[in-house]
Design a protein around this ligand. Structure first.
Ligand SMILES: NC(=O)c1ccc[n+]([C@@H]2O[C@H](COP(=O)([O-])OP(=O)(O)OC[C@H]3O[C@@H](n4cnc5c(N)ncnc54)[C@H](OP(=O)(O)O)[C@@H]3O)[C@@H](O)[C@H]2O)c1
Length: 239
């Protein structure tokens, strides 16, 4: 039987890796992207060469009118969506106390409202008795108080609470889980040194990789008795 996974931010970096993890479990893919069209087309070429059924969807998740119509625009062959992975997010460098309102609306729109609206549309189309699941990408740094990336942190805290509350609200039909990565990839524009500098302060004395996040997705797909769980993948950084 066909199964579909939808991955937001699926054209690049962690989102793309998680899409690859779904392929291993025989999902066909819907890849949502916004500005990474080139990368989406390149990923599509790669998927075609391996005969993996997929559909690319361009959507600006900062725009409510686009977000609330995503599921209406899914081709019939990809319905219903069985697995939704909310990975897209924004992490602006200027997100601190002095600039608290600068990116407020767009951060909350992309990191909190868009996942919620997609969860809602996902739940509305999940009709049959099968294993439906939502996986939200959170952040291990939520486990510590920090003074930077404030609005980003608050937007992810909101997503964390939605993850836990929706696990109960949407049960028994839909499982809802989170993955909270630590130092996995340097922020866009920063090099590997950025992560290497962090490694010393991490109890396991190393940073992570997308492979470890793929294993978390493997686990959440296979372990059908888990809901409301947040897997922290951070080498102990925020213990
Ligand atoms: N990198 C890490 O080590 C790390 C650590 C902790 C948590 N995380 C979490 O893991 C997830 C993936 O991280 P990442 O580092 O791969 O993220 P990233 O490189 O910052 O990628 C952001 C993704 O979000 C999408 N996106 C941003 N604005 C969008 C918009 N307006 N509409 C639609 N899509 C939009 C981008 O799509 P386009 O490029 O197509 O616009 C891109 O695919 C995020 O939720 C992040 O918070 C990552």
């Amino acid at each position: 039987m066909k199964k579909t996974a939808m991955i937001t931010g699926g054209a690049i970096r962690i989102g793309r890796a998680l899409a690859e993890a779904c392929v291993v479990h025989q999902y066909q893919l819907i890849i949502l992207y916004n500005s990474s069209q080139q990368e989406a087309l390149e990923f599509s070429k790669h998927l075609k060469s391996s005969n993996i059924n997929h559909h690319l969807m361009q959507c600006d998740l900062s725009l409510q009118d686009q977000v609330v119509n995503v599921f209406e625009n899914i081709p019939d062959d990809f319905k219903p969506v069985d697995l939704l992975i909310n990975s897209a997010s924004v992490f602006p460098e200027t997100d601190d106390w002095d600039n608290i309102y600068e990116n407020w609306e767009s951060i909350l729109a992309i990191n909190s409202f868009a996942p919620l609206a997609l969860c809602q549309q996902f739940a509305q189309q999940a009709k049959a008795e099968q294993d439906y699941q939502i996986i939200n990408l959170l952040d291990a740094r939520l486990n510590h108080v920090q003074v930077e990336r404030l609005v980003y942190r608050w937007s992810k805290q909101l997503l964390k609470h939605m993850t836990l509350d929706l696990a109960k609200t949407l049960s028994p039909k839909i499982r809802v889980n989170g993955i909270a990565p630590g130092a996995i990839l340097p922020p866009p524009g920063k090099g590997k040194d950025h992560l290497n500098r962090l490694a010393d302060s991490i109890p396991l004395k190393k940073t992570g990789s997308v492979e470890q996040l793929k294993r978390a997705v493997d686990y959440l797909i296979s372990q059908t008795f888990v809901t409301g769980e947040i897997l922290t993948i951070d080498g102990g950084e925020f213990l």
